[in-house]
Design a protein around this ligand. Structure first.
Ligand SMILES: [Zn+2]
Length: 289
């Protein structure tokens, strides 16, 4: 029995000793999943990486725990180790787009390992690591919230030196499409936006401090809204109220801008908002004086 236990122990310790498992268990590397060595051994998966990673062959041997064909010079050892980390990161970005990789990342996502969104209306939505660039060395990793559709800087400093390219630009999109329950969960409260109030009164969306960016968080719901949304990219909306608003306005240089604003937020300014505008105008004149 004791022999058996020993062999099991030695097996598991051997597994822990691979370069990949060691790297992923390092401090601040817990967002990485362990890439299957078979994935790395397939040359197709490494296409194009040899030109962007120095000491490519040596780095690859390091990752796969293979003896290098020609011994690495002592002074190059740190460079090879750095190249191995870079190569592993770039392979990692490709691996997490595969079925196996997505599953491994989903486990971490489920356990909130990437943290939760700090925006109140996102109700603790789990975050997804994402890079804004696929080239290494440009920017560190960001966290994407599928509910507010925005990205954030990791709050813990231990992740601030992880390259965004090690997760890549496509991962968050593929992940959300792969697990549609995430999008379903987000639909429930996606449109909720905090509105600033003054003594209980709403602020006009046209005022500088008004909720003018609320439309950013709104998504078309009905078929008509989707059609209108599609159309507004190429033509002016056939909305009488908006038309009236355009021609009622005084001769303004910003006429076009205003059309855009009223179209985007779909709000026809009411008399109160006009008054608010007047008020802000008079405020401006006071400030000028
Ligand atoms: Zn959020």
């Amino acid at each position: 029995m004791s022999n058996m236990a020993e062999t099991i122990n030695s097996d598991s310790s051997e597994e822990l000793d691979t370069w990949i498992s060691q790297y992923c268990s390092m401090f601040g590397r817990d967002w990485f999943v362990e890439v299957d060595p078979e994935f790395i051994e397939d040359d197709f998966n490494l296409t194009g990486l040899n030109s962007s990673v120095p000491f490519f062959r040596e780095a690859l041997d390091t990752i796969l725990d293979l003896e290098p064909e020609t011994p690495i010079r002592q002074q190059n050892l740190p460079l090879v180790e750095h190249a191995a980390e870079l190569l592993y990161g770039l392979i990692h970005a490709r691996y997490i787009l595969t079925k196996q990789g997505l599953q491994a990342m989903a486990e971490k996502y489920e356990q909130k390992q990437f943290g939760v969104c700090s925006r109140f209306y996102c109700e603790g939505m789990h975050l997804i690591p994402v890079g804004r660039y696929d080239q290494a060395g440009i920017e560190t990793v960001r966290l994407y919230c599928p509910r507010c559709c925005d990205i954030y800087v990791p709050t813990s400093s231990r992740y601030l030196n992880i390259d965004g390219a090690f997760f890549g630009t496509s991962f968050a999109g593929v992940f959300v499409k792969m697990y549609p329950e995430i999008e379903e969960q987000c639909q429930q409260s996606r449109n909720r936006v905090y509105e600033l109030k003054l003594y209980g009164f709403k602020i006009s969306p046209l005022a500088p401090s008004g909720p003018r960016m609320a439309w950013l968080r709104s998504t078309p719901q009905t078929v008509e809204e989707i059609a209108e949304y599609d159309a507004c990219e190429f033509e002016l909306p056939h909305d009488e109220e908006v038309d009236v608003e355009i021609y009622d306005d005084d001769d303004d240089d910003d006429e076009e801008d205003e059309v855009q604003v009223s179209r985007a937020i779909k709000v026809t300014p009411k008399p109160e908002s006009k008054r608010a505008d007047d008020a802000s105008d008079s405020m401006k004149s006071i400030v000028k004086e």
